[in-house]
Design a protein around this ligand. Structure first.
Ligand code: CTP
Length: 403
């Protein structure tokens, strides 16, 4: 992987040398670009010696023979030849220039010419970091899809304590290396994901629901998006933010979820039904609040439509992945649901313990249409999400390549 490391003019510039070394240890080739300010803090020679490559220091420098200097149009080449641009330390000035598209030196012109992933590691005085201007710039940069390695809190060179210290070079290096290793194997796919619980009204103020937090489905949507898919996320009511760049379709009840899913089915190439859909609902809830007058209250519940079963009938050659939340007999139930609902994969998870519904982690079994059952050890929901897609792609090859 080729990494362009932009070094801004801050007291933390010297830590960029450690970052360059960590990146190289991780197998990256590193090209350093220093702003004029950065050169006030660290000599270009430090980076040239570390990376074994000339350091780019200026947009308009002459071909003076100085091994640390660059030629006039090199920023275009630098933008084209590198896979990732990381800026550390990203000063308030650089962030403002990036946010507004100002291009008055090598780093800022390269930023505009660069089309790959950008990682920003800000470092500055706490008040500068917390200033509304900087925070507004950060918001715009994040919205552009750039990854931000948040500054640490701590004692700063200016004597203040608070957020603003450059994150550790190892943390920045891992973010850069992870970016470089990212797969784009879901490009061209449209993935329809359902997530969260449903709310089934009992009256205008009460509803039936379950403990689903939506975290598994949101991790699936995020993983799919990051691997290059277009993602439609049909979500029941949850308290977590939607991942960036997915189309969110908020719904409340099982019936609303069914309508939303069937509306978008034609676009989908893979469907992941991780929502914990209520199985029963009150088909005609009263318009007024149920009063506490009766000594005992019975609710008459009707079954909700089984969306997954309906998708199983309508799926054609789409890959259909369902979930099974069980408190016992996980493998058997997962396989039973796979057959009964005509799925290609069932992700079975045990709920009721410390993984499952509200947790950040999960451990699951994957029952596949090929007859295999795979055990996925405990891991973050994001890691599990990636594993589901790894297996889904493998499965599709196995199932449909034969046709
Ligand atoms: N599901 C669905 N529509 C429903 C109920 C469930 O689409 N009305 C989907 C869920 O999104 C999940 C899968 O079916 O992908 C399995 O859900 P689960 O609640 O584990 O299974 P049920 O079919 O409801 O069976 P049981 O409650 O008997 O375990």
């Amino acid at each position: 992987m080729n990494v362009l490391l932009g070094v801004g003019g801050g007291i933390a510039a010297y830590k960029a040398a450690e970052l360059a070394r960590a990146l190289m240890e991780g197998g990256a080739r590193v090209q350093v670009v220093m702003t004029a300010g950065a050169q006030e803090f660290v000599q270009p020679l430090t980076f040239a010696a570390l990376t074994g490559r000339k350091v780019i220091t200026d947009l308009f420098s002459s071909a003076s023979g100085d091994a640390t200097l660059s030629s006039a149009i090199e920023h275009i080449g630098a933008a084209q030849q590198n896979d990732v641009l990381v800026v550390a330390p990203a000063t308030a000035d650089l962030l403002a220039k990036f946010a507004n598209g100002l291009a008055d030196d090598f780093l800022t012109t390269t930023y505009l010419a660069f089309t790959g992933p950008v990682i920003l590691a800000p470092a500055m005085n706490t008040n500068m970091w917390l200033h509304q201007a900087t925070q507004e710039n950060m918001k715009r940069l994040r919205a552009r899809g750039h990854r931000v390695v948040e500054p640490d809190e701590g004692h700063l060179a200016c004597g203040m304590t608070g957020p603003g210290r450059l994150a550790s070079p190892d943390v920045i290096a891992s973010a850069v290396l992870a970016e470089g290793n990212r797969r784009y194997d879901l490009e061209g796919e449209t993935i329809l994901v359902t997530a969260g619980p449903t709310h089934e009204p009992l009256d205008p103020v009460r509803f039936l629901t379950n403990r689903s937090s939506g975290k598994m489905g949101y991790a699936i949507a995020e993983a799919a998006r990051e691997r290059g898919a277009r993602v439609i996320l049909v979500s029941g009511p949850v308290h977590i933010p939607a991942p960036r760049d997915v189309t969110l379709v908020p719904v409340r009840t099982a019936n609303e979820m069914r309508t939303a899913v069937l509306d978008r089915l034609a676009e989908a190439t893979i469907i992941v039904k991780s929502a914990a859909v209520a199985d029963f609902y009150v088909s005609s809830p009263p318009n007024q609040k149920i009063k506490k007058t009766a000594a005992r209250l019975s609710l008459e519940l009707d079954p909700t439509p089984d969306i997954l079963s309906e998708l199983g009938r309508k799926k054609e050659d789409r890959l259909l992945i369902g979930f099974a939340a069980e408190t016992e007999n996980l493998d058997r139930e997962a396989r039973r649901k796979l057959e009964a609902k005509n799925c290609d994969m069932i992700v079975g998870n045990l709920v009721g313990g410390d993984t499952g519904f509200d947790s950040d982690e999960n451990e699951v079994v994957l029952a596949l249409r090929t007859g295999e059952t795979l055990i996925v050890a405990r891991a973050s929901k994001r890691v599990i999400a990636d594993r589901i897609f790894d297996e889904a792609l493998r499965l599709r090859l196995a199932l449909y390549a034969r046709q």
